[in-house]
Structure formats: C-alpha cells, structure tokens
Design a protein around this ligand. Structure first.
Ligand code: SF4
Length: 327
C-alpha cells in the first residue's frame, strides 16, 4: 500500500512563562511536550485509530498534522510532499486532500450559514463543480449520501440534532473529495444510539470513496470497531502501535494493558483480570528523563526511571515503547 502520510520525530512543545515559583525552585524553561517524538506512517485506504486518555495529545497531534498548529520539530510528509513548513496559501490547496471532522458538531458549523452555503463555499474554492446547477445537484447528492434530505440544504444548523449536524460536517468534509479524513472524536458528543449510525456512515463512506482515515477516540471499543491499526498515546508519545488484533489481543505496553483491562467484558462465569492504573499522570511540565509511565506502571524496573524506552519492534507491524519488549 502507498504511504499517504509520513511523520518523523514530530514534536509540539509549548513553553510556559516562567513564574516566581520556577525561579525560587530553580526550574528553568518549563516546557509542555504536547506531542513528543512521534513517528508514524499512514497507508492509503487504511483507518488508523488513535486512542488514549483525555489530554494525552491526540487532538494536538492531529491538528499539528493538519498544520493548524505549527510543529516545533520533526517532519510531516503528505502525498510525498514535505508540508512541515508549507505556507498558509499552499496549505489552503492542500486541504482539498486532507479534511477534518471535529468533535463538537454544535460549534464546528457556522450558525449564520445554511447547509447549502457551507457546502458550496468549499466546492467553489476547490473548483469541484463548474456551474451553479452542477453545484446544486452535487449538494443534493452529498446530503443523500450522508443520510439527509435534499430539502435540508436551505436550513440553518439550529434546525438539526447533534447527529444530523455531524452528518453535515461529514458532507462538508467529503465534498472536496479528500484522500485523508481526520475524525477527531466524531461520536463522543453524541447519544449512544446515534454513535453507531455515524460510525457506520464513516465506514461506508470510507469503503465507497476509498478514504484513508485517522480516527481519534478515547473509547477503545469504538476504535476496535473501526480501525485497521491502532496507536496508543500517553503523555504526547505513541507508546504502542500495531494492527488492531495485535494491540487488542496481545497488548505489550503496560499502559495499553491497563486501558484494556478497564473495559468490561460480558462473559458469564469468567472473572476479569484488571491491571489498575496507579496514581495520576505526572506533571507534563517536569523532566522528560526515563519512561513517562514509570510512576503509574505496575511492572516498572529500576532502569525505567532513567532510560527512555525506544519503540521496540515486536513484529513487522507491532511496536511498543517499553523496556519489557526487549527483556
Ligand atoms: Fe513500565 Fe518500564 Fe515499560 Fe515504562 S519502560 S512501561 S516503566 S516497564
């Protein structure tokens, strides 16, 4: 499969302003590593699930990939072009091939624009249709494709439910025929009954339009359902990545094991082993020496305190950032 997106050594670092407390305790350069040394590749036609607790850096990573945030270090290559430092003018054209669906369908749509105005804005900018008539017909087609009615085109967002608004956001994203769709928690703000409908819609569209997708979620069952491969994030780092069955059936990183053990399984007569997560995540502004999961890890060793684990290969498709992988 051809590579669509390749990321190497990506960092997004925020520098906190120094306070008098930092001066008193001689803490220099307080930095937040929101994205910390991320390298990954996304292949044409696949869905990569990105999973982790809130605040682990999933959204920052994807917004940096989209160049909505400026990367601090590393490179981003999209469709064979280095876009790490691409100018805003060129990026606007790039967005024809790379689209994003945001988490909150209530704030991602402009309340002052009708559905038709929102869709035709993108269609016109990227020259998808050549006439008014063609644009109208294309909008009707898109609305039906995402499960809405052509008559919905003249309505404003307030006329729709959360699930319908997310369908409009998806229609706007696919209107420009992107190659890569980044879906940032697209179902987490929706009722459980609507979540399955939107997941099925994304899956159908992916198959039909041959989309490549990065799907972000904190919900492991959702990621398992929709992804071909899964990347697990913790404190800005990808700590495990592999094919969905590898990560879910043979989780190698203690953090992945703890996350999976917290998902209830309905198997009458069997007792579920749990690997509790100890304590809270460490202060993200503190030193990045050693394994970031050290303080919460039930399998930690002395060397984990000071030696930062590399991404060790467990198979041709499976990697874990844990010293246990080479023990
Ligand atoms: Fe735990 Fe050590 Fe592995 Fe980190 S490197 S996850 S502390 S065993």
């Amino acid at each position: 499969m051809t590579s669509i997106l390749k990321v190497e050594g990506l960092h997004k670092i925020y520098q906190r302003k120094e306070t008098w407390l930092d001066r008193v305790f001689r803490k220099n350069n307080p930095k937040l590593y929101a994205v910390n040394d991320v390298s990954l590749e996304v292949k044409e036609g696949e869905t990569l699930g990105l999973v982790g607790e809130s605040g682990c850096g999933k959204t920052t990573l994807c917004r940096t990939l989209m160049r909505l945030y400026e990367p601090t270090e590393g490179t981003i290559s999209f469709l064979g072009h280095d876009i790490t430092h691409e100018s805003p003018g060129k990026l606007r054209h790039l967005y024809k091939d790379m689209q994003m669906v945001f988490q909150d369908p209530y704030s991602s749509l402009n309340p002052k624009m009708t559905v038709k105005e929102m869709l035709s804005e993108a269609i016109r900018f990227h020259g998808i249709c050549t006439s008014e008539k063609e644009t109208d017909e294309y909008i009707d087609y898109l609305l039906v494709k995402v499960g809405l009615l052509p008559s919905d085109a003249n309505k404003y967002p307030k006329a729709f439910s959360g699930g319908q608004r997310q369908r409009i956001a998806i229609a706007r994203a696919i209107a420009v025929k992107p190659k890569l769709l980044i879906a940032d928690e697209p179902v987490s703000a929706l009722d459980v009954s609507v979540q399955a409908q939107i997941l099925n819609l994304l899956e159908d569209l992916q198959n039909e339009l041959q989309l490549t997708m990065i799907f972000i979620s904190h919900d492991l069952s959702v990621v398992k359902y929709i992804s071909d491969r899964v990347a697990v994030m913790y404190l800005g780092r990808i700590v495990e990545i592999g094919r969905t069955e590898e990560v879910f059936e043979q989780p190698a990183h203690p953090y992945t094991q703890a996350l999976l053990s917290a998902v209830p399984r309905i198997q009458p007569g069997t007792k579920q082993e749990r690997t509790p997560l100890e304590g809270d995540p460490p202060n993200p502004f503190e030193s990045k020496e050693g394994c970031h999961f050290y303080a919460r890890c039930s399998q930690r060793m002395e060397k984990c305190r000071s030696a930062t684990p590399d991404a060790y290969p467990l198979s041709a498709t499976h990697q874990s950032r844990c010293h246990l992988a080479v023990e």
